[in-house]
Design a protein around this ligand. Structure first.
Ligand SMILES: *Cc1c(COP(=O)(O)O)cnc(C)c1O
Length: 482
């Protein structure tokens, strides 16, 4: 967002767009929230949208579209082969990234399936700054092993490092020395590193990693799903990039990688997925897999309307006002929570704000799913749906023992262009109320625990009557307010 100072008082983020289509929200009373969270087995994935006031589960496929995107959707050229709409997307990718070959897929994980099937072989290693859930699953499915090489600062909850998503060049060199470059299928850099709090990498770090990869002949695959946020951080936090435009930074990044892919549910504010490269050999290797798994090369499982919207959404991402909106709202959320003593991940990243559940609820042990308990309590406090990122998202080992997560986090995603600042202030208010009443919050235990993906489908119950007590305290403090 362009910097706009207020004449009176502190500067706050200012929306440089206006709302033209609205969706009514409902905020149900705390008594209903108590019933709803019980019916959902204390799993925020299982809540019904009608019971949710602010949906901060994810930024995937829920970013607001612009008037221009909607207008473009009406122009989409619906044909099985040779769609003019796809040609527009190719031209846009060429223009923005300087990449020539474009392959469509229905979403980000579909790109990961194609790339992994094409390049991962049993016994190979795939170094990454950090893994993402679906990426790791596809690599492992094809017999590869993920090695995480993020800088040590990356997994510290509080830090003032501006680029916690950087890959550690020394760790990479050590890995190559140990195993030999021949064992490496490719190296993957994830921009706006999702699972460690939407933390960015710098352009300088990418250059350094490129130099090491060039020396050893290693291919770089770049996951650009969260590029919009990372562009903002490079522009504002990296001294050497101050005078570069967003477009310049995009070109510079793309020139350093061999294959780029992204979930267009995030980048481009639409739905779909794209793989792009300048390597004809890599393109040919992936092309037939796209036809086999996704669809013909000019739609790849996407609706042509979405393809139109992606092309416009990518162009809109070149606007500094657009890429800074999310990070500025997130910074506001995180700073305001911090001012009220709520333990948060710092510095604020992209994607959303992250609350440190272990410091919020030190009396709730990890065996009782600290972060899941906090996510349920946040829903009770304000009808706010966040996502558990802790032990519940892990799987038990072969003996059935819990694997305790390194961090117990609740993520409050801030989808792009969706919420107003007063809604963010409401979140701050309800969570700070909860923090003052944190002693009332207890743990959870599984009542239904699926073996696979338990965080999606599993159900839990409070270990004591704490949720009814919390709801009663809410009613006492807020009177007849919702
Ligand atoms: C969301 C995401 C993906 C997967 O994309 P989908 O469209 O949800 O399949 C891959 N990588 C990153 C970094 C993501 O955030």
């Amino acid at each position: 967002m362009s910097r706009i100072n207020f004449y009176h008082g502190e500067t706050i983020p200012l929306e440089l767009h206006k709302v033209r289509i609205v969706q009514k929200l409902s905020l149900v009373p705390v008594e209903r929230r108590l019933e709803a969270i019980a019916a959902a087995g204390n799993n925020t994935f299982l809540l019904k949208n009608n019971d949710v006031f602010l949906d901060m589960l994810t930024d995937s496929g829920v970013n607001a579209m612009s008037d221009r995107q909607l207008a473009a959707m009406m122009e989409a050229d619906d044909s099985y082969a040779g769609s003019a709409t796809f040609t527009k997307l190719e031209a846009k990718i060429h223009d923005i990234f300087g990449l020539q070959y474009v392959l469509p897929a229905h979403q980000g994980r579909a790109c990961e399936n194609i790339i992994s099937q094409a390049f991962v072989r049993p016994g190979t290693i795939i170094p990454m700054n950090y893994h993402f859930t679906t990426t790791k699953a596809h690599v492992v499915l094809n017999g590869g092993a993920v090695e995480e090489l993020v800088i040590d600062e990356g997994t510290k909850v509080t830090s003032d490092h501006p680029f916690k998503g950087n890959m550690d060049p020394a760790k990479l060199t050590a890995l190559i020395d140990k195993h030999g470059a021949g064992k490496i299928a490719f190296l993957r850099i994830e921009t706006g590193t999702n699972l460690i709090g939407g933390q960015p990498h710098s352009l300088a770090n990418l250059r350094e990693i490129r130099a090491i990869c060039d020396k050893h002949g290693v291919m770089i695959v770049f996951d650009a799903s969260l590029l919009a946020d990372n562009l903002h951080f490079i522009k504002t936090r990296e001294e050497a990039c101050r005078d570069m435009s967003i477009r310049d930074i995009c070109r510079a990044i793309a020139s350093l990688v061999d294959i780029m892919y992204f979930s267009a549910r995030k980048l481009g504010c639409a739905r779909g997925g794209v793989i792009c490269t300048n390597s004809e050999a890599a393109y040919l290797k992936m092309r037939e897999l796209v036809t086999l798994y996704e669809g013909f090369l000019t739609y790849g499982g996407m609706s042509v309307r979405e393809i139109e919207a992606i092309a416009v959404g990518l162009e809109e991402t070149m606007d500094e006002d657009m890429v800074s909106q999310g990070p500025q709202f997130i910074a506001f959320l995180v700073e305001e929570l911090k001012k009220r003593g709520v333990p948060v991940i710092t510095p604020p990243g992209g994607l959303g704000g992250h609350i440190d559940a272990r410091r919020f609820l030190p009396h709730v042990p990890q065996q009782q799913y600290t972060a899941a308990a906090l996510a349920a309590a946040i829903y009770l406090a304000g009808g706010i749906r966040g996502m558990e990122r802790g032990t519940m998202s892990e799987a038990r080992d072969e003996q059935g023992n819990e694997t305790f997560a390194k961090m117990e986090l609740v993520r409050l995603a801030v989808p792009r262009r969706v919420f107003t600042l007063s809604q963010i202030m409401y979140v701050v208010d309800r969570i700070s109320w909860l923090y003052d009443n944190r002693a009332l919050v207890g743990g959870l235990a599984f009542t239904e625990e699926p073996k696979l993906l338990r965080f999606f489908f599993g159900k839990l119950a409070p270990v004591s009557g704490w949720q009814a007590d919390l709801a009663a305290k809410f009613r006492q403090d807020f009177g007849d307010s919702l």
